[in-house]
Design a protein around this ligand. Sequence first.
Ligand SMILES: [Zn+2]
Ligand SMILES: [Zn+2]
Length: 337
Amino acid sequence: MREVDAATAAQTLSEIGYLLRQDPNQKFRAKAFSSAAWAIAQVKPDLVELHEEGQLASLPGVGEGIAKVLTELIENGHSRYLDRLRGETGQPAREDESELDLRAYQGDLHSHTEWSDGKSTMLEMAQGAKARGYRYLGVTDHSPRITVVHGLDAERLLAQSQQMAEVQKQVEGLTLLQGIEVDILEDGSLDLPDAVLEILDFVIASPHVKLRQEPAAMTQRMRRAVSHPHVDLIGHPTGRRPGSREGASYDFELVFREAAKRGVAVEIDCDPARMDLSPEMARLALECGCNFALSSDAHSPAEFDYVPMGAWMARRAGIPQDRILNFHLDRRFRPAS
Ligand SMILES: [Zn+2]
Ligand SMILES: [Zn+2]
């Protein structure tokens, strides 16, 4: 019997769901696996105990088929079904996959609150991060251009920083960072003036609209964004929505190389609706010398669990823990202690 923890099981089911999504005929099956992965990531059940009691199928969203996969995982440490899907989709296991110790994950750098389109207050998000044992939380609401989500301008960012100071007093041991998810405009400029970006703890620049730009124009746009002196991280770098929307197409190698040169990290957004960068693209970024952030892009505290559920993407891409910012935020933000 293996010590299969809930995060490992959630990652296995999540990867199966992801691979199934590539076949339009398997849409419902894909959804079932992804939902079960999400349920396990949240409930964090003792799987070995449930298995011994023959109760795996009592978990929310876990039917006979998924229970079978979990049983095999607990008994043998891997899933033949996943192996087969990897083979069929041309993404077999590789020698150089990495190991990540999620207990060393220090905090999430991408989250939203009620200040823009999040569903929870800053305090609720901070308490959720603290409850997970995080030592940092980056609050990164949207910039003004995205009016439908009530993006923040300079004035509201200032008001937010005042609230953050208050919330900070209520979450001892957790350092709140004020960031922004600033929109990359069509010409590659950013949706807030430099003077505003400069005072924030860090800046994520993300493409949200006009993702179907011509690759040459898109390359220029992304290149300009990674060259911006205040940008620390490129959020969900393609904007894809697996199963429904193809992401932007550009000269990824050129942009990743530029990002590596400038010390700008690229994101693996673990939101199952995004999974962006994909493991294959993340592998390319790794080869180009980039560092990474492994983010939840959470809009509620429960969604912080997108990270333990989506960490398989970084492992499959072979990214060592040392290249993922979230595992060594102390190096960057040095808490007062
Ligand atoms: Zn975004
Ligand atoms: Zn976001």
